[in-house]
Design a protein around this ligand. Structure first.
Ligand SMILES: Cc1ncc(C[n+]2csc(CCOP(=O)(O)OP(=O)(O)O)c2C)c(N)n1
Length: 523
């Protein structure tokens, strides 16, 4: 094959890496900034690339594929790993039977997320390795390395990306894909059945792997020192922050961390002879807390030199690293207006909220999706939003304390992701709530991916189709009504009012396609 170079985003490069590593399955749940990995694979991988109902299910499906001897890729955003943490923790104990790589994309600055948590702490907690790329080429190479590492140690491996790696484009060399592993059904009870009698032995095996993982990371070449003679200042960095730090390599020696866990002695070696050491890492001060054990000259987030919150970004770095740096400013006649995200004109959620506001609920527990934008003026329709699936459970919790007139508002994808079990729990515990499922037949917030209720797969093919009405009925709700948010709004308000004043768990499904996906279909 002739050498070929392509301009790929980090997410596309991750997808390409997975193809070249010989995966048989790619499965994930949408979430910015990770979504485009499965979308790329759905277009470019002739094998299986699919969406699961949530991240936990995605990871369990990927683990299942490894029990058939196949390599599997699983993708999610950072908060998705909280959902998938249960299988991940124990998969580390049991080990995997073929390469399993989990891509977790963090969102420093929380541009599209409910928090800016740092995946490296969960990696550490699970005692598994993690690789962290700084550009698209590294993203591809590290995915391939991660599969080999996973098979060598029999462990799931995480590749941590961040928004700026996932969404930035840089050239990537394309190579021939490896052949997929042949199917072989694996049975090995002591390493596949997590019952108490096996746990201690599994945990011991996991602990015994730890020093070997450090040896591997030492030899991997992924933790590197770049130091020129006479340099007195240094930067310890990782991921995309390495790309920023590299701009200062004339003045600063650089230690780049690409593989975790790493041998802390590399920090001791690096800081020798340096008068000032900056720690540039997106996320929480993970490396900094280790470095602080070895030097008092460390400057970073923990030591108060860089803000603890928000994205590091390039501007902040220039400000810190170049003495007397002044930010060039452009004089404007008037300040630019703020442009917070808003609901689209004609969005069906907007019309639903108008009817809901007219019904004057006591409290509205929102959830995560485009409909969260209903919290903003002029609708001001929501009183709370926490994490995916929490609306129904929070509403039930309030109702069981005697608060009447509580509504949970949840999207179709979020309902399938983690609302169903909350609905069952509300019915079981005899809550008095109204659940409004805003069914726009898409995961609109993350880019109009299909859902199990649309019956279309990630590849755009016909899949199984889940009927939300039948599903709610099967959960035992007291009543269920479907209406269009555009039509007969007075009647919709009357229906909502009636359900708010009734005992039991009631569901209304406000059904109308997302205005953008409907337009896309027409075009
Ligand atoms: C645990 C977790 N996974 C993924 C996401 C990313 N995400 C934000 S909203 C959303 C779903 C939105 O779809 P839906 O509920 O159908 O509402 P819509 O945006 O279509 O109105 C997803 C997947 C997240 N915030 N948290």
């Amino acid at each position: 094959m002739e050498m070929q170079r392509q301009l790929l985003s980090g997410n596309e490069a991750i997808g390409r890496g997975a193809i070249e590593a010989g995966i048989s399955l790619a499965v994930g749940y949408p979430g910015t900034p990770s979504t485009e990995i499965i979308e790329y694979l759905a277009r470019h991988f002739s094998g299986q690339a699919m969406w699961a109902a949530n991240e936990k299910v995605a990871l369990e499906m990927a683990i299942g594929a490894t029990y058939a001897g196949k390599r599997a890729l699983c993708t999610m955003k950072h908060v998705g790993l909280n959902v998938a943490l249960d299988p991940l923790m124990t998969a580390a104990y049991l080990g995997v039977k073929a390469g399993l790589v989990v891509i977790v994309a963090d969102d420093p600055g929380a541009y599209s997320s409910q928090n800016e948590q740092d995946t490296r702490y969960l990696v550490n907690f699970a005692k598994i390795p993690c690789l962290e790329p700084s550009d698209s080429q590294e993203a591809k190479d590290m995915v391939i390395k991660a599969f080999d590492l996973s098979e060598r140690f029999g462990l799931p491996v995480i590749v941590r990306s961040v928004t700026r790696v996932s969404h930035s484009y840089s050239p990537v060399i394309i190579n021939e894909p490896k052949h997929e592993n042949p199917t072989r059904i694996i049975k090995d009870p002591p390493t596949m059945i997590a019952v108490p009698s096996h746990v201690i032995a599994c945990h011991k095996r996991l602990n015994e792997k730890q020093p070997k993982l450090i040896e591997w990371s030492n030899e991997s070449g992924l933790n590197q020192i770049f130091k020129k003679r006479g340099q007195k200042k240094g930067i310890i960095t990782c991921g995309v922050a390495y790309a920023y730090a590299a701009e200062f390599s004339d003045d600063f020696a650089i230690l780049k961390i690409g593989a975790y866990p790493f041998d802390e002695r590399i920090i001791k070696t690096f800081i020798r002879g340096l008068d000032e050491i900056w720690i540039l890492e997106e996320g929480y001060p993970f490396i900094e807390d280790i470095a602080l054990k070895y030097s008092k000259k460390i400057k970073g987030r923990r030591s108060g030199h860089i803000d603890m919150e928000g994205e590091l970004g390039t501007e902040a770095l220039r400000r810190h690293l170049i003495p007397n740096y002044s930010i060039p400013t452009i004089q404007l006649d008037a300040p630019l207006p703020g442009r917070p995200p808003v609901m689209c004109q004609g969005c069906p959620h907007r019309e639903f909220y108008k009817s809901l506001n007219e019904a004057k609920p006591t409290f509205v527990a929102g959830d995560i999706g485009c409909y969260t934008l209903g919290a903003a003026p002029p609708l001001k329709a929501l009183d709370t939003c926490l994490c995916m699936g929490a609306s129904i459970s929070k509403a039930a919790g309030m109702s069981l304390q005697g608060v009447n007139g509580v509504v949970a508002v949840i999207g179709d994808s979020t309902f399938i992701h983690s609302g169903i079990t909350s609905l069952i729990s509300a019915v079981y515990n005899k809550a008095n709530i109204l659940v409004a499922i805003l069914d726009n037949s898409a995961v609109a917030m993350t880019g109009h991916q299909p859902t199990p209720a649309t019956g279309v797969t990630a590849k755009g093919e016909e899949g199984g189709k889940i009927d939300l009405v039948e599903l709610c009925k099967a959960c035992g709700v007291d009543s269920i009504e479907v209406f269009s948010p555009y039509e007969d709004k007075e009647k919709n308000t009357a229906t909502i009012k009636d359900k708010l004043n009734s005992k039991g768990v009631h569901v209304v499904i406000s059904k109308a396609p997302c205005i953008l996906s409907a337009r896309k279909k027409k075009a």
